[in-house]
Design a binder for this molecule. Sequence first.
Ligand code: 13P
Ligand code: SF4
Length: 319
Amino acid sequence: DSARATLIARIRMLMLQHNAVLVAHYYTSADIQDLAEDTGGCVSDSLEMARFGHAHEARTLIVAGVKFMGETAKILNPEKRVLMPDLQANCSLDLACPADTFSAFCDQHPERVVVVYANTSAAVKARADWVVTSGTAVKIVEHLHQQGKKILWAPDKYLGDYVQRITGADMLLWQGSCVVHEAFKAEALQKMKAAHPDAAVLVHPESPAGVIALADVVGSTTQLIRAAQNLPNQTFIVATDNGIFHKMQAVAPGKIFLEAPTAGVGATCTSCAHCPWMAMNGLQKLAQVLETGDNEIHIAEPIRCRAVRSIQRMLDFAA
Ligand code: 13P
Ligand code: SF4
């Protein structure tokens, strides 16, 4: 409609005026994803979001996603201005891992290498030896395991459990979870698979073990989109946030994407395949932060200096 078109035109103008680029996650709305791509920004998983922002010459990065993504952008780009449409957009994993409690836990296990998922605060990253994303976790833990290292892992217990099973590493797991992915149900998925015998099942590793066990492909959002494009199947059952369907449909037109079941018969779920925090990224707020300069991410320099080392270690390893 015309109000939306006017709003988008205004955002484009403001982005030019402020030398800003938009970096968005696949779970944000179709409007935000399209705008990011149409204006020379990017839509990707958390690993590529970090890389893109760092490589870009824009003075302002607008990060449409959740808080840890904005913080990672700022940690890697202290000289740039990093804005987010909504600073309340958090993540249940980040919230489940407060820096002081986590740091005390690390102190109790000094013999372990501290590996944290990207979905954590800057202060937690500052306490870690390594940061990993869903796309790099298995390889990095494998590497540490081969060196004979024991690992302290936080915060996602499902991803940690998955990485542990694949690598055989000795991992002590923090007990956090993602409210979106932990709602996927294995038994209902099994039935859905039986009803669609030709469908490939794509699962994000933040899902419970029973759901992962039914997957044809387990991976980061980018890896799942590649699978949707490259596998010969015409139908896919997808166990991750349904915001990803926008990109899947674009790269694999004509294929059918079905949402994996989030609850058994009669049960209810609170975050049915869509992250409530990712949903906070709207066009209106985007225009507003560009106009006002509100919602800037700031990170205390001592924390940033320590956090950048654990993130950079991952980027160098994955390069
Ligand atoms: P990806 O790195 O796979 O995009 O995952 C980020 C995330 O928050 C998944 O819930
Ligand atoms: Fe966090 Fe889950 Fe939302 Fe991803 S989908 S940002 S892991 S709450």
